[in-house]
Design a protein around this ligand. Structure first.
Ligand SMILES: C[S@@+](CC[C@H](N)C(=O)[O-])C[C@H]1O[C@@H](n2cnc3c(N)ncnc32)[C@H](O)[C@@H]1O
Length: 329
């Protein structure tokens, strides 16, 4: 079974218990450091206790609390059938104006909730926070993001790549309110799971030797500005549309050309192009405008299997894009 299929099954089965690795968190968050000075960080799906499932997000921010000059770190975790706790580390400059976080102790306080991110005690903590960082339950991803947007929070979170196409999420992407982070190495995400849940994953996806499951379809979502977002795709060395029109067929049901690989975006085409959703990894809003997503843009009566089509055959999901500046082509 593929990593993608497994992720889909995990979401359907509400299998939300998999844990992010230290190395993946470090690799992503290193790009965001400047945003964190004097900020209150809240990890709202994270168990900060010591133990096998202790959150690496919490531990990352504890380790970097001083260096990143955080103001406060908060975590809560979910216990479906019990009330739970919030954990907080607070500091500020000492009398010499220095941050002092040596021998920190996290204040543990009971909260009147099971730690559900939607519960009032957790919403109250969310309201205090500046930046939310976690890997939330994928089965609740839509609601999770809606809550962040409602309270106007900055965030760096992991989610299913396919969420790009969700009707609740795509408008946020196309209007540049949220975007993708740097992502997992080679798009391969390995998460630790509890051995007791191993049977819920297909053979070949859970590796009993490492204790990890492998998902190919996960990525990072954020609304914090990162350099990557302003790096245009280098189109030098790409094909010319006008010299190779046969490479770029027009859709039957929408006035745009099909570009089946991001690396094939022609350097000289100014009209609308349909590209795979992997484009979002390289999207630079100064270079391209997002016109829409096939199934939300093409009039319903023209869609073929919910998609743009060529010779009657639907393509995979396509993001419709257009260059911001004319190539003069
Ligand atoms: C994908 S796991 C990630 C755990 C941890 N954030 C990490 O990255 O290692 C999602 C976590 O969200 C928790 N969770 C599930 N439903 C929740 C809810 N309604 N509110 C808060 N947390 C929830 C699960 O118990 C699970 O530990």
């Amino acid at each position: 079974m593929s990593g993608n299929k497994n992720l889909h099954d995990a979401m359907k089965a509400k299998q939300d218990e998999f844990y992010t690795q230290k190395a993946d968190i470090e690799r992503e968050l290193v790009h965001y450091k400047t945003h964190f000075k004097d900020k209150i960080v809240y990890c709202n799906c994270d168990d900060p206790k010591d133990g096998p499932n202790a959150s690496e997000f919490w531990q990352f921010f504890v380790r970097n609390f001083n260096d990143w000059q955080l103001k406060k770190l908060i975590a809560t975790h979910y216990e479906p059938d019990e009330t739970t706790f919030s954990y907080k580390i607070e500091t500020g400059p000492d009398k010499n104006g220095q941050f002092n976080m040596f021998n920190y102790t996290a204040k543990k306080r009971a909260i009147k909730s099971n730690g559900d991110f939607r519960s009032q005690p957790c919403v109250n903590l969310l309201k205090q926070a500046d930046i939310i960082v976690t890997n939330p339950p994928f089965s609740l991803f839509r609601e999770y993001v809606a809550q962040l947007m409602k309270y106007n929070k900055k965030f760096v979170i992991i989610g299913p790549r396919n969420a790009i196409t969700y009707k609740e999420i795509f408008p946020l992407i196309s209007s540049n309110k949220i975007w993708l982070g740097y992502g997992f190495k080679n798009s391969d995400a390995y998460f630790r799971i509890d051995e007791k849940n191993a049977a819920k994953y297909a053979a070949g996806v859970y590796n009993p030797e490492t204790g990890f499951v492998h998902f190919r379809n996960c990525t990072w979502f954020t609304n914090l500005d990162i350099n990557k977002r302003h790096e245009p795709i280098d189109l030098r060395g790409h094909y010319s549309y006008y010299e190779n029109p046969e490479r770029y067929p027009k859709y039957d049901n929408y006035n745009a050309i099909e570009v089946s690989k991001v690396d094939d975006i022609p350097y000289d085409y100014d009209g609308v192009m349909g590209v795979p959703i992997t484009f979002m990894d390289k999207y630079c809003p100064e270079q391209f405008e997002i016109v829409g997503l096939d199934r939300y843009t093409v009039p319903r009566e023209f869609l073929v299997g919910g998609r743009v089509a060529i010779n009657g055959k639907p393509r995979y999901a396509r993001i419709l894009i257009r260059r911001r500046e004319s190539t003069g082509g």
